[in-house]
Design a protein around this ligand. Structure first.
Ligand code: NAD
Length: 317
């Protein structure tokens, strides 16, 4: 083995979400090594073969192989997308008990192999499973990150971009809270380009507040709508995970609404929830405290209390 330091990501779970992530990671040339692990070994082996066959057309080489938990030693990032997905009509929180059991086994095997990098969790309910990963791994809170409301914020930015006919990359708006039914849009701090959304609303009579409410409801319920049509959601989350991976491995200090551990921020403790956070090579550098208005504060507090209730009943067993 050479002494050269290369970036290694270990992906646990090569289902629809995991493979969308892997495919996007390779196509963006983000890492030198990508290890695939799945309880269904034939599946991860087949995925590694298939992904490798696209390598002549990738922007830079990625060494991809079907590995084992031993490969976690020295890995920079472990991304977990393993577990059960939502069935039609099932909420993310209903998945909690089943996926907590799976996570306890997975995290134990990773830590037995001296993993000392950063965890990125996407499996639902993501805020709760990120908490489980934090507790089971014993790693510092900064190095255990959930995908949180990064995808939801992307959905909101896309929808607002469509509505105002502005490049979605110039739309700055965040969804915070639980990645799920109690999440909320932070309209008070949303910008289209450099103009606050609230200023646009005040000036433009043809933009109605109700339209924004419809946009948010569609964002919040997007997963249900997609699952109803195609059975699962995976491209959006795959690209969201790549965005977070790049923020970490490239030491970007990017602001993303990942699921972060609150230790007094926003008046809450001992819970993972989606809030804007600065992400770099050390993980979560800092949680950004937004000055929420009264309604947003109330909604955020409600979201945290729903998460805590579910956590208390769902992960103790
Ligand atoms: N965070 C988000 O924004 C977001 C978005 C979409 C989906 N998800 C979640 O991602 C998860 C995966 O969804 P999916 O569509 O890829 O599901 P999937 O069923 O296609 O894939 C899950 C994979 O996990 C593997 N697996 C199960 N138990 C395992 C174990 N103990 N060890 C290793 N691998 C194991 C399965 O074999 C399967 O390949 C779900 O929980 C889903 O709800 C999250």
């Amino acid at each position: 083995m050479s002494n050269e330091k290369v970036n290694r990501v270990v992906l646990i779970g090569t289902g629809a979400v995991g493979c969308s992530y892997a495919y996007s990671l390779i196509n963006q040339g983000v890492v030198e090594e990508l290890v695939l692990i799945d309880v269904n070994e034939a599946k991860s082996e087949g995925e590694a073969m298939d992904l490798n066959h696209g390598m002549p057309f990738a922007p830079s080489p990625t060494k991809v192989w079907n590995g084992s938990y031993k490969d976690c030693e020295g890995a920079d990032l472990v991304v977990i997308t393993a577990g059960l997905a939502q069935k039609p009509g099932e909420t993310r929180l209903q998945l909690v008990e089943k996926n907590t059991k799976i996570f306890k086994q997975i995290v134990a095997q990773i830590m037995e192999n001296n993993f000392n990098g950063i965890f990125l969790v996407a499996t639902n309910p993501v805020d709760i499973l990120t908490y489980v990963t934090y507790k089971e791994s014993g790693l510092p809170k900064e190095r255990v990150i959930g995908s949180g409301t990064v995808l939801d914020s992307a959905r909101l930015r896309f929808a607002l971009g469509q509505y105002f006919n502005i490049d979605t990359r110039n739309v700055h708006a965040a969804i915070i809270g639980e990645h799920g039914d109690t999440e909320l849009p932070v309209w008070s701090h949303a910008f289209i380009g450099v103009r606050p959304l609230e200023t646009i609303l005040a000036a433009k009579k043809d933009v109605k507040k109700e339209c924004l409410e419809d946009i948010f409801v569609n964002v919040r319920d997007a997963a249900y709508q997609i699952i109803e049509r195609k059975g699962a959601t995976f491209y959006g989350i795959g690209m969201s995970l790549v965005r977070i991976t790049k923020a970490i491995l490239n030491n970007e200090n990017s602001i993303l609404t990942v699921s972060s551990y609150l230790d007094g921020e926003y008046g809450h403790k001992d819970v993972y929830v989606g809030v804007p956070s600065i992400i770099n090579r050390s993980g979560i550098r800092e949680i950004i405290k937004i000055d929420l208005n009264e309604k947003e504060t109330e909604q955020f507090n409600h979201s945290v209390s729903v998460l805590k209730e579910t956590m208390n009943s769902g992960i103790s067993s």
